[in-house]
Ligand binder design. Structure first.
Ligand code: G3H
Ligand code: 13P
Ligand code: ZN
Ligand code: NA
Length: 283
């Protein structure tokens, strides 16, 4: 059954680990996330991005995740990733999401606070948890210099104020990660992370975590990261395997023969991440 993300993060807080939040883009990936969680006896978060909602449709994603979570004993949460509007967030809550991100990071601070508060008021009433973003995480394809990216890092004092004003459940921070494949190796700003955590005292969310070296992920978790978002690493494993299978047999016309092995490859990478985050064997 689907559980609220807040419940999973409370457990993660107690255990000092992080829960993996994996992007659910199609049926095979939803099944792979579930299989990995089952094999590792780990709680998981399946999240729907803007691209996934456009690609599969909100009802399909919701339906697939509900079926996958079904009558398993594995706690699974369904989360909206980078929710773009109040309306979208409410549609997801009505559809059965157990957690939503309202991403107002592009807005002026007070506007971000105002809309986040409105979302929280409704979400709370139905037991749905809310994630917000402060600072701008952005993508590796954004073509910004290191200085420009640092200028968009989360300001710890602003984070303290934001959390105080909104009472948000978790906070996504910009500390040097980016969505997509890194060109070089990212270097996270751990001092900033420690300060944000100290001033907010809530679970911190790390976006753009694909491609971040394992030791930096571990360190971030030791400093209060409780939800780690992974999409790109699954895409790489999935499509990499598809390419391999297609090259092996150029005449293959059965999509299942290509997508089955791709699904297996996704299971493997998700299992590795679950172990890295320390959430294996937690149920
Ligand atoms: O939030 C970032 C996701 O990793 C990718 O988003 O599915 O909308 O391309 P997308
Ligand atoms: P990656 O692109 O690094 O996998 O990040 C995913 C993410 O943060 C989704 O919100
Ligand atoms: Zn993200
Ligand atoms: Na990344």
């Amino acid at each position: 059954a689907l559980v609220p993300v807040a419940d999973l993060l409370v457990q993660a807080e107690k255990g000092g680990y992080a829960v993996g939040a994996f992007n659910a883009n199609n049926m095979e990936i939803v099944q792979a996330i579930m299989e990995a969680a089952r094999l590792e006896k780990a709680p998981v978060i399946m999240q729907a991005s803007q691209g996934a909602i456009q690609y599969a449709g909100l009802d399909f994603i919701t339906g697939m995740v509900k079926i996958a979570a079904g009558d398993e004993d594995i706690p699974v949460a369904l989360h909206l990733d980078h929710g773009t509007s109040f309306e979208q967030v409410i549609r997801c809550i009505r559809g059965g999401f157990t957690s939503v991100m309202y991403d107002g990071s592009k807005l002026p601070l007070e506007e971000n606070i105002a809309i986040t508060k409105k979302v929280i008021e409704i979400a709370r009433a139905v037991g749905v948890s809310v994630e917000a973003e402060l600072g701008k995480i952005g993508g590796t394809e954004d073509n910004v210099s290191v200085d420009e990216r640092e200028a968009m890092f989360t300001d710890p004092e602003e984070a303290r104020y934001f959390v105080e004003q909104t009472g948000v459940d978790s906070l996504a921070v910009a500390i040097g990660t980016a969505h997509g494949q890194y060109k070089g190796e990212p270097r996270l700003d751990f001092d900033r992370l420690a300060k944000i955590r100290q001033l907010t005292n809530i679970p911190i969310v790390l976006h753009g975590s694909s491609g971040v070296p394992d030791d930096q992920i571990r360190k971030a978790i030791s400093l209060g990261v409780r939800k780690v978002n992974i999409d790109t690493n699954i895409r790489e494993a999935f499509v990499g395997k598809m390419r391999e299978e297609l090259a092996k047999n150029e005449r293959e016309i059965d999509p299942r023969k290509i997508l089955g092995p791709a699904r297996e490859a996704a299971v493997e990478i998700i299992r590795e991440k679950i172990r890295l985050f320390g959430s294996a064997g937690r149920i």
